[in-house]
Ligand binder design. Structure first.
Ligand code: C2E
Ligand code: MG
Ligand code: MG
Ligand code: MG
Length: 281
């Protein structure tokens, strides 16, 4: 009887597992086709200073599946990261972003940030490919910020630091994204050639009510000042959060309180300049 039950349970379990594996496989295949099918798009979320002037934008990847509709980047980025598909996707992102920077003057759009996955960053060709793209579009590398997460240091801090120095030599800026959510050790901060820390949204959301979140944010801002790192506060959703952050020296903000991520035409309107959007192929 127990055996029969066990078997029944296994039988009940396996199809679900199989379904999950099949679903992931199906999504991976669909994602491979998505690039060619034009289902991928970039949205841009402005970053502003304390006077709400735009200082840059972050490029965020979007996928609209023909049957499943909008798929969250939290889902499809994870699937892409299981193979070198992420390299293909993010190379397209980098190319599109360089093209946007070339279309917009530095006065209109000073800076643009792109998210690069740890797997992609670990590729030996990464820095050279980026250099090629910047040159092809004749874009000043200093206008591009590469956002990396703490996961780039999982294997080796030294290897990550070395690759980051190559990226710095190229002239690009480097930001540490989602700061505080990874396996943080503060000692590595001075060993990495960073320009910017992005305080994760999870610390900002309860900043007024959660004393420990408030303390963490205050500490990060003070530390960044000593290390001469720029700070961007992510996920600022209301004026109270902005006031709290600004009072503690934060000078750059990103969040729904200012702007949601938007497609390029809306961004172009915001920048107050008509841009030539290339016709889709
Ligand atoms: P992220 O890099 O930390 O990007 C910020 C995320 O926070 C975006 O979510 C943005 O829409 C959201 N956000 C911004 N302001 C607010 C706010 O005030 N409130 C709330 N609730 N959310 C806010 P999104 O676009 O869903 O992207 C999620 C994550 O997907 C990104 O987090 C990033 O880690 C990843 N991602 C997106 N595009 C790429 C990409 O091209 N490459 C890689 N590796 N990851 C990407
Ligand atoms: Mg980011
Ligand atoms: Mg982030
Ligand atoms: Mg995030």
């Amino acid at each position: 009887q127990a055996k029969a039950q066990g078997r029944a349970r296994i039988c009940h379990f396996e199809p679900a597992m199989q379904a999950r594996v099949a679903w992931r496989l199906e999504m991976e295949q669909a994602l491979r086709r998505a690039l060619l099918a034009g289902e991928l798009a970039l949205h841009y979320q402005p970053q502003v200073d304390e006077r709400e002037r735009l200082v840059g934008v972050e490029a965020l990847l979007r996928w609209t599946h023909p049957d499943h509709g909008v798929v969250s980047p939290g889902v499809f980025i994870a699937i892409a990261e299981e193979s070198d598909l992420i390299v293909e996707l993010e190379t397209w992102v980098l190319d599109s972003c360089c093209a946007l920077l070339a279309r917009q003057s530095e006065a209109c759009l000073p800076r643009l940030s792109v998210n690069i996955s740890a797997r992609h960053f670990a590729q030996p060709e990464f820095v050279e490919t980026l250099m090629r793209l910047l040159e092809a579009h004749r874009v000043d590398p200093g206008r591009l910020t590469v956002e990396l997460t703490e996961s780039i240091m999982i294997d080796s801090l030294d290897a990550a630091a070395e690759r980051m120095r190559a990226l710095k030599a190229l002239g690009a800026r480097i930001a540490l994204d989602d700061f505080g959510t990874g396996f943080s050790s503060l000692s590595y901060l001075k060993r990495l050639p960073l320009d910017e820390l992005k305080i994760d949204r999870s610390f900002v959301s309860d900043i007024e009510t959660d004393a420990s979140d408030a303390a963490i944010v205050e500490t990060v801002l003070a530390m960044a000042r000593h290390l001469k790192l720029a700070v961007v506060a992510e996920g600022v959703e209301n004026a109270a959060q902005l006031t709290f952050l600004a009072a503690r020296g934060c000078r750059c903000f990103q969040g729904f309180h200012f702007h949601r991520p938007m497609p390029e035409p809306a961004l172009a309107r915001l920048l107050g300049e008509r841009v030539q959007v290339p016709p889709s192929a």
